[in-house]
Design a binder for this molecule. Structure first.
Ligand SMILES: *[C@@H]1O[C@H](CO)[C@@H](O)[C@H](O)[C@H]1NC(C)=O
Length: 170
């Protein structure tokens, strides 16, 4: 309860100059005056609902960022729910148990994989109101226009036909 009031107070303080005038954009997001703010500007429902993992990467991100909660504007924080479908092949390197926390420093290349047999879920906190994500494979092999196949062949060491084949998947 207390933290909710703190959040509300911060947003009103940040946006108070917008009172009775046109909406002001901050970082590309609209800053409402305190008289226009609604309870829904500060809340999100549905983080308990599993994301649909029926897709080629077998996982789903449910974001709760400034797009979903306008009141996160300028607060420099957000969170996501991560759902992972079970994998059939099981390569165990480091397994987190229920309740464990793991930190990925900003910009660190990382992967997550469900090493169990059932569905699993993680909640992540992110140090931005509007975090970005760069999926390495999509970025490297699915860019538009494409990165030249001979350049990728040199970087990753297969022949250019293999690169063409990988690129065709993205
Ligand atoms: C999950 O996504 C798949 C593929 O898009 C779709 O066929 C399926 O109906 C979805 N399931 C639910 C429960 O939304």
């Amino acid at each position: 309860m207390a933290s909710r009031f703190i959040v509300l107070g911060l947003v009103i303080a940040t946006c108070s100059f917008a009172l009775a005038s046109d909406p002001i954009l901050l970082n590309g997001f609209s800053c409402k005056g305190s008289k226009m703010a609604q309870p829904t500007d500060f809340s999100f429902s549905g983080l308990h609902i599993p994301g649909n993992t029926s897709n080629p990467i077998g996982s789903r991100v449910t974001p709760v960022t400034v797009t979903q909660i306008p009141g996160l504007i300028t607060l420099g924080i957000s969170m996501v729910r991560l759902d992972f479908a079970p994998w059939e092949n099981n390569l165990i390197t480091k397994v987190l148990q229920k309740g464990d926390v793991f930190v990925f420093p900003k910009g660190l290349v990382h992967f997550q994989r469900n090493t169990g047999y059932g569905y699993t879920v993680a909640i992540a906190a992110l140090s931005s109101q509007n975090p970005g994500v760069i999926t390495i494979a999509n970025t490297v092999f699915g860019s538009n226009p494409a990165i030249a196949n001979d350049l990728l062949a040199k970087s990753f060491q297969p022949d250019t036909k293999t690169i063409d084949w990988i690129q065709s998947k993205f």
